[in-house]
Ligand binder design. Structure first.
Ligand code: ACO
Length: 325
């Protein structure tokens, strides 16, 4: 008998309508389009309206992913939603998505690994599928980081945006080797010694406020390139592949220089890297599925191709998933 694999059968994304350009931002804080583009590659970001919540973005992305899969909410056994900006402290934002999709059975819950959240969520769902516990799962990354930014801190407020992306996974019988379709392996790491380098200075059990994002940008940058290159290599080694076997890397979209640095360390050209940070900025847990949805939607990623997803975020947390589409 073969091994159960999680096949990605639908991908979807949702961005709030409002676009905030660097030039508009430069009228609010002491920065320039040139500084932001040179240091980060970011040109604009999408920002939610006053009434839009993380769940609204998540539901938009989920509906598109389900439509692409030809499925409905009633077909789902599991929803795993990655977010660091939930609608409320509890219940899980995933349960609001569950209700909106008309899913009344199975389980829905959130996971929190900040920018690595989507990798953590897809790994959790993949393990449920591989264990034979669920057949159809929806994995979402959705964030409204605009709500937790200090809009007076030019070192952080220029870097982030809002959005959501989602994938539908279905159980499929594979051979159990690296020629299978679907998720071949996932790899997760964290190192809590770096908690304070990227954190929010509030929360229910510390300050009873939501708080604002704080970051030691240079330190984060330094760790990001090393950790990401290492986890990508780990995923390739686990499956007997070389970097040049990859058709695409879909990296976390934090910063163009981190993306370029990681590709360089792996000896990969940027023609194999999906980049959307220029238009979306850093959307934390939403960034990988947003970029993935774009590249699947415009036909860059095609059936049979080998695709590596990777991300790194607060904690620190980092992870990768190797997928054959
Ligand atoms: N506009 C203009 N000047 C700015 C801005 C801005 N928006 N922000 C900071 N500066 C100034 C600083 O005040 C400083 O001025 P000074 O020299 O007079 O003191 C100068 O620019 C340099 O500041 P640094 O913070 O040292 O700038 P650096 O070159 O490190 O770039 C950046 C900052 C872009 C944040 C960089 O460190 C970085 O990309 N870090 C990674 C952070 C990241 O991507 N985090 C996302 C979350 S984690 C993740 O997703 C992987």
């Amino acid at each position: 008998m073969g091994a159960l694999r999680s096949r990605i059968v639908g991908v979807g994304a949702f961005l709030p309508e409002r676009v905030l350009t660097n030039d508009e931002l430069a009228r609010q804080v002491d920065t320039t389009d040139a500084w932001i583009v040179e240091r980060t590659g970011i040109r604009q970001r999408h920002i939610v309206s006053e009434s839009q919540r993380t769940s609204d973005l998540a539901i938009g992305a989920a509906e598109r992913a389900l439509a692409a899969a030809g499925l409905s909410g009633r077909d789902l056994d599991l929803i795993v939603l990655a977010t660091a900006t939930p609608d409320n402290t509890f219940p899980a934002t995933a349960t609001r998505v569950q209700a909106a999709l008309g899913m009344t059975r199975g389980a829905a819950f959130d996971v929190q690994a900040v920018c690595s959240g989507f990798l953590y969520a897809i790994s959790v769902a993949d393990n449920f599928i591989k264990a034979g516990q669920v057949r159809t799962a929806l994995v979402i990354g959705a964030e409204t980081f605009s709500r937790i930014l200090d809009w007076n801190d030019r070192g952080t407020c220029v870097l982030f945006g809002d959005g959501a992306g989602a994938v539908v996974l279905r159980a499929e019988e594979g051979r159990g080797d690296n020629s299978d379709y679907g998720i071949l392996s996932t790899h997760l790491h964290s190192d809590g010694r770096h908690y304070n380098l990227l954190h929010v200075d509030g929360g229910p059990s510390s300050t009873q406020t939501v708080g604002h994002l704080r970051m030691e940008g240079r330190e984060v940058f330094r760790h990001a390139v090393v950790n990401l290159a290492s986890v990508v290599q780990e995923a390739l080694d686990a499956n007997g592949f070389k970097p040049t076997d990859l058709d695409w890397i879909v990296p976390h979209q934090a910063n163009r220089r981190i993306i370029e640095g990681t590709a360089r360390k792996l000896g990969l050209g940027l023609d194999k890297v999906v980049i959307s940070v220029d238009r979306h900025a850093n959307t934390s847990a939403a960034s990988v599925p947003l970029a993935l949805a774009e590249a699947v939607g415009d036909g860059r990623i095609r059936p049979g191709q080998l695709v590596l997803l990777e991300a790194m975020g607060g904690g620190f947390t980092w992870g990768a998933a190797l997928v054959r589409f």
